[in-house]
Design a protein around this ligand. Structure first.
Ligand SMILES: [Zn+2]
Length: 137
């Protein structure tokens, strides 16, 4: 039985992180659709069930795909997306923690976040890219 299962995925992508989350989101959509059907007279129930089915079908299409390079790229893009979101969130948390002592400005030139101490009045802030901001701290 175990051997049969392993053969099934021979040379195929199998369930990677993207497929797994598609599966769980798909299932969540189906549950949502059932809840909407039961509680809200089916308002928006159909779109949720279609999205749910689509996600689950796509998850299996990816899992059984033989184009490993392509699937690997999709998975990597997906993981990179969440890693970016996680880092943004961490940075926001850090800025919030330091908000009493520092002010943060976004450089209009390159988008870098610049940190300056609070309470220095109006000062020039030099960014690494050469851009100079004139801001009140
Ligand atoms: Zn800059």
């Amino acid at each position: 039985m175990k051997g049969w299962f392993n053969n099934l995925f021979q040379g195929r992508q199998g369930m990677d992180e993207l497929s797994k989350s598609m599966f769980w989101w798909g299932l969540a959509c189906l549950v949502m659709s059932l809840l909407l059907a039961a509680l809200l007279n089916g308002v928006l129930s159909a779109p949720f069930s279609w999205i749910g089915l689509l996600l689950i079908i796509l998850c299996f299409v990816r899992a059984f795909s033989r184009q490993l390079g392509q699937r690997e790229m999709e998975n990597r893009a997906y993981l990179a997306f969440w890693e970016r979101r996680r880092r943004q969130f961490e940075m926001r948390k850090e800025r919030f923690r330091q908000r009493k002592d520092f002010r943060f400005f976004k450089c209009p030139g390159c988008g870098t976040i610049l940190r300056v101490p609070r309470g220095k009045g109006k000062i020039h802030i030099n960014c690494r890219c050469g851009y100079v901001l004139y801001r009140r701290t």
